[in-house]
Ligand binder design. Structure first.
Ligand code: AMZ
Length: 443
């Protein structure tokens, strides 16, 4: 069974958690609301509500625990049909901590984690509205840097009383916005001479490559050249979270070869064991597979083979799930490979990147296959060129072997604002790169 984190996105509720959650809600209602209900609803109504909530793809439930027991929760809600601008906005609803668990800073921790989750998922605006009677919550939002932008005079009717509502908002993307006008880099500038300063952090995505249920790393994508690092991918994922990484990058290798998800139990176990957002690729070739993983709690899906073979599907997926589709462009000498990298197409990586951008992907992961798992350094030249060709964020992958390779990327990214992060596998597993040092270099 997975260890329970203080704040966790809830994908499934066992009986204990459901019970604790209903107790907490009841206590909050009796204490004067705070969860939208005025009267206690009874256990049946609440448990149906929470079970139903987990089936709604537009809603994400987060819980906060005290000594392992759920004592509060919050929801992130996105509009069911977003236009491109609204796709950046998400609403926080029903944040509360039960009265018996207050005054311990749990509300702040919960808000902080939910905010981080929203930011990691690519949302740029976090909205929240709250009745004027909830003074503790109002205080919490103000302290967390939310701006009040308006008041609704008739927000709720409680008995004979009309209660006003306060509307708050917070911009989440202050680090990327400062880079929008940064100068673009040419290939000749890959290794800039003078040190530069930057205000944004690059994201480090620890790689969790799954083969036959185990966590492995390949060399140049060859299934026969696998090093097994853990037979408990969920424990490995948790270890990466504990090390401070804010995202996970998982690939279902058997799935990539087979054209359909294969390491389903391992991926589910990772989702269950972690709170940070995860991107998942390998074998996702139709809307059903894409939708079902996104509904199961995967934050972003990576599409590789279909990016080349079925761009219409990528477009459809981007429309249905704005901000949650990423193109995985894996190239051998500039040519894009598919089907577990067993096939190489005529398509150039830059051409595919432009097509994927037009299709509406949230990011592009670029891997130079000949470098992957080889520890000899990223192909910075190709990565920078790609990042300067498109306007969507680019994640570098393939070849990180030591901390200098990350420092070189950091330097290159100061002049190529499109570079958003980097995937690291073998070097982390082998201990050649320490998580703390890596995070420091990329910050
Ligand atoms: O190592 C490999 N042989 C490999 C690999 N890591 N083959 C595919 N993949 C990854 C891609 C991408 O994230 O980097 O699988 C994903 C693409 O899968 P698909 O099934 O969409 O082509």
């Amino acid at each position: 069974m997975s260890r329970k984190k203080p704040v966790q996105r809830i994908l499934q509720l066992d009986e204990d958690d459901l019970h604790a959650l209903c107790e907490a809600v009841d206590a909050a209602i009796l204490d004067g609301g705070g969860f939208g209900w005025i009267q206690p609803q009874g256990r049946q109504v609440l448990s149906r509500y929470f079970k139903g909530l987990l089936l709604v793809p537009e809603r994400m439930l987060f819980a906060v625990r005290l000594d392992g027991m759920i004592v509060g929760c919050a929801q992130l809600v996105r509009a069911p049909r977003n236009n491109e601008a609204q796709a950046m906005c998400v609403t926080l609803m029903h944040l509360f901590v039960a009265p018996y668990a207050r005054k311990q800073g749990l509300g702040t921790i919960l808000l902080h984690e939910v905010e981080n989750a929203a930011r990691s998922m690519g949302y740029r605006v976090l909205n929240v509205d709250v009745p004027e009677t909830q003074t503790a919550a109002i205080d919490l939002f103000r302290k967390a840097g939310f701006d009040q932008w308006g008041t609704h005079p008739h927000y709720a009717r409680i008995g004979d009383q009309t209660v006003s509502g306060l509307f708050f908002t917070k911009l989440l993307d202050n680090d990327r916005s400062t880079t929008a006008e940064a100068p673009r880099m040419t290939q000749a500038d890959v290794a800039p001479a003078e040190p530069t300063s930057s205000t944004r952090s690059l994201t480090l995505y620890p790689a969790i490559d799954l083969k036959d249920g185990a966590c492995v790393r390949l060399r140049r994508g060859e299934m026969d050249d696998a090093t097994i690092y853990s037979d408990d991918p969920a424990a490995q994922a948790r270890a990466w979270c504990d090390a401070g990484f804010k995202w996970l990058h998982a690939v279902d290798l058997n799935g990539a070869f087979a054209g359909q998800s294969a390491n389903v139990a391992a991926v589910r176990a990772i989702l269950e064991a972690t709170t940070v957002p995860m991107q998942l690729g390998g074998g996702l070739r139709d809307m059903k597979a894409i939708a079902s993983w996104l509904e199961a709690g995967v934050t972003r899906v990576i599409l590789g083979s279909v990016a080349v073979k079925n761009p219409a599907l990528v477009r459809e997926a981007c429309r249905a799930f704005p901000g949650r589709i990423v193109a995985g462009i894996d190239a051998r000498s500039g040519h894009v490979a598919t089907e577990g990298w067993a096939e190489v197409s005529d398509m150039q990586a830059t051409e595919l990147a432009l097509r994927m951008q037009e299709a509406g992907v949230a990011a592009i992961i670029f891997t130079e296959i000949s470098r992957d798992g080889m520890l000899e350094g990223l192909d910075l030249e190709q990565t920078v060129a790609l990042a300067n060709t498109v306007t969507v964020p680019v994640i570098a992958s393939g070849g990180v072997g030591n901390i200098e390779h990350l420092a070189a990327l950091r330097k290159a990214a100061d002049h190529a604002p499109g570079i958003e992060g980097v995937i690291v596998g073998r070097a982390l597993y082998d201990g050649r790169v320490s998580p703390a040092e890596a995070l420091k270099v990329l910050a």
